[in-house]
Design a protein around this ligand. Structure first.
Ligand SMILES: *Cc1c(COP(=O)(O)O)cnc(C)c1O
Length: 364
């Protein structure tokens, strides 16, 4: 049996709903910044428990523009995790600020103690990334940001819908950026992103920044680019938001099965007390990672290493990377993402579990 890592095809029943949503846009004809954009923004704001949401063209844009709106720029340092998709570091660098890379804990998320050790005179902001769909230790990071007068900007791209107590991803810090690209848990059928905040000035600035920095229709107040959310993607996202909580439940059920079956052979992504993860990836840890990945590939099971390089190890960063991340340097060699999308059948989940157990039985 073949088990794909991720299947982006759209099942027939959903395809009919999405086509109807797109068709409504084609019929009303307000293609640029149509009513679906505003409706999606208000639904996202409500979902995240925030006053404002601003639809943007990607997660990269959302993070870049959120940082600009927060006043981050040349001369500033921004502390972020060593372990994320490189878009996080790039968005910081694109503002002219410098990313400083902090270490991670066993949860693969930024370690608040490591952040504190890196805070200096030039530090302006902290960008925690809720990696793998698991929220960072936000109460500690919020306290840290408060104590040092730093701007907290969430990169919630992998964790839309994840929560800690009553608070959801996007509700921490001053502004949060979330990618909604087709690989994410809440996924458009093309590029899309959103930023959420409680602060009207940040929301207004973001609305200008996504429109080449223009305010009052004609005046370019800031140098910026086009970062608008596409109306058809907004229509698709609105439709997908309807079934979103059920989708998260399905992912959580798959993760719970894997936890129970694999917890004795590999490090599984345990959920911390009070936290609800959305399992953007189901990332295990094992010292025999490469051997396991090859074995699973032979068994028809596709896995991914997200990501084989830390951000500061990337060619664009490695010569001048600042920070301290010894634990991340160790963990990056051990991580492997198993197929765990909500589309997996029970038989495919069984195949993953069976192959994993076979690998570790044969070896020991
Ligand atoms: C996907 C992702 C991004 C970038 O989002 P795009 O929509 O692809 O631009 C940024 N940060 C993280 C953590 C991501 O996973």
């Amino acid at each position: 049996m073949k088990v794909p890592f991720l299947d982006l095809s759209v099942p027939d029943a959903e395809r009919a709903e999405l086509l109807a949503a797109v068709d409504r846009v084609l019929q009303h004809g307000r293609i640029v910044m149509g009513p679906e954009v505003e409706e999606f923004e208000s639904r996202v704001a409500q979902y995240c428990g925030r006053r404002f949401a601003v639809g943007l063209s990607s997660g990269s844009d959302a993070l870049f523009m959120a940082l600009l709106a927060a006043g981050i720029g040349p001369g500033d340092e921004v502390i972020t995790t060593a372990k994320s998709f490189v878009a996080t570091a790039n968005a910081i660098s694109m503002t002219g600020a410098r990313p400083v890379f902090a270490d991670i804990g066993d949860d693969l998320n930024i370690d608040p103690a490591s952040v504190e050790a890196l805070i200096g005179d030039a530090t302006k902001a902290i960008v925690p990334v809720h990696f793998t769909g698991k929220l960072c230790r936000m109460p500690e990071l919020e306290a840290l940001a408060d104590r040092h007068g730093l701007f907290l900007v969430e990169d919630g791209s992998q964790a839309f819908g994840a929560s800690f107590g009553e608070r959801r991803c996007g509700s921490f810090g001053r502004v949060a950026a979330i990618s909604l690209n087709p690989m994410k848990v809440l996924a458009a059928c093309g590029e899309a992103g959103v930023a959420v905040t409680d602060e009207p000035e940040i929301a207004d600035t973001l609305r200008a920044l996504r429109h080449n920095g223009i305010v009052e229709r004609e005046y370019c107040r800031w140098v910026s680019l086009n970062g608008r959310l596409d109306t058809m993607q907004a229509a698709i996202l609105l439709q997908r938001l309807e079934g979103y909580d059920a989708l998260i439940e399905r992912r959580r059920a798959i993760a719970a099965r894997y936890d129970a079956a694999l917890g004795n052979v590999v490090g599984v992504p345990r959920e911390a007390e009070g936290y609800r993860d959305v399992y953007y990836t189901y990332t295990i840890r094992t010292e025999r990672r490469d051997e396991l990945a090859a074995f699973l590939a032979d068994a028809g099971i596709e896995t991914k290493i997200q990501h084989p390089l830390l951000m500061p190890q990337q060619p664009a960063y490695r010569d001048e990377a600042r920070g301290a991340y010894p634990r991340a340097e160790r963990l990056v060699k051990d991580v492997l993402c198993l197929p765990a999308s909500e589309k997996l059948s029970a038989a495919q989940q069984d195949a993953v579990i069976e192959a994993m157990q076979r690998f570790f039985a044969k070896a020991s």
